[in-house]
Design a protein around this ligand. Structure first.
Ligand code: PAF
Length: 293
């Protein structure tokens, strides 16, 4: 007797590791390759692009749908994080996903759970300074998901660029036999990066949020033109406050390869400009490649 819940589409919704493994084992027995897209649900077009990318690269696609408590600090938005699994399942089916794995917190972290993963390197600084628990929690849950699904490839969005770097690092460090694919950020018609947290924004906040990508593009162009990075970062910071952001956690221009700092304050290798800033109680992050005008 399994817990596989039939859904109206070819998408299976599975809630236990045992059922997940049974399905994936069956696929592998047929010689099918498996792609994975880890998510926390509240899916939007950005996630669906990742699913389509996985479907292009693998015969079967698993999307996980789990709001992972270990990557939230006590004061963060774990409880109010949007949850809409039925709608997510419909969207996943339409995007070519074959299985949604939506475990309970108990299934992922049973009583007595006592293991953590420490990450450094690209996890240090930026988000790591403001959300110190986040990347350890991400590494833990993604490692568990990878062990549960054993995918051939996994697709992550560049929207969470630092997360992508952290995942690439621990996959290499732990010799996990999984190809990590980064997919470009999906944006709305105004350039705002799609995010489940955009749902929290009021109309006025949305107008400010839509300025974020333009300010980063301008900063990137300034940096590419040879200006000193601390000056560019300071100006972008001020521009965000002027655009209506109440608080800016950081604006930083870093090496794209590993998020290391540029020692001489000038861009002399592929770079990324990254920011995190607050509108009311909503924290937005965004980043983009540094390119000249
Ligand atoms: O990017 C996310 O949605 C989450 O951090 C992830 C990778 C699904 C882990 O919970």
């Amino acid at each position: 007797m399994t817990n596989v819940v039939p859904s109206p589409s070819p998408l299976a919704v599975v809630r236990t590791v045992a059922d997940l493994r049974a399905t994936v084992r069956d696929w592998k027995r047929q010689g099918l390759s498996v792609g994975m897209v880890p998510t926390m649900g509240a899916l939007h077009e950005g996630h669906l692009t990742l699913v389509r990318e996985a479907a292009r690269r693998a015969d079967r696609v698993v999307a996980s749908n789990f709001v992972n408590p270990t990557q939230f600090a006590a004061h963060e938005d774990l409880d109010k994080y949007p949850r809409q699994q039925e709608q997510d399942a419909r969207l996943l089916a339409g995007a070519g996903c074959h299985l949604m794995f939506a475990p309970s917190a108990q299934e992922m972290y049973p009583a007595g759970f006592a293991t953590s993963i420490a990450v450094a390197g690209p996890a240090l600084g930026l988000e790591g300074d403001f959300r110190p628990q986040m990347f350890g929690g991400v590494a833990l849950v993604v490692t568990k998901l990878f062990n549960q699904v054993q995918p051939d490839i996994a697709v992550f969005g560049e929207k969470d660029y630092q997360q992508l770097m952290v995942i690439r690092r621990f996959v290499r460090d732990l010799d996990l036999p999984i190809q990590i694919v980064g997919a470009p950020t999906e944006r709305d018609a105004h350039g705002l990066a799609l995010s489940s947290r955009n749902a929290y924004l009021s109309e006025t906040e949305l107008a400010s949020a839509r300025r974020l990508n333009g300010i980063l593009a301008q900063g990137g162009a300034e940096a590419a033109s040879g200006r000193l990075l601390p000056d560019v970062e300071r100006e972008a910071y001020a521009a965000l406050l002027k655009a209506g952001f109440e608080r800016v956690d950081y604006v930083a221009i870093r090496r794209a390869e590993d998020l290391g700092v540029f020692r001489n304050d000038l861009v002399d290798a592929p770079a990324r400009i990254l920011a995190a800033a607050w509108l009311g109680t909503t924290r937005l992050i965004d980043n983009m490649a540094v390119r000249g005008k």
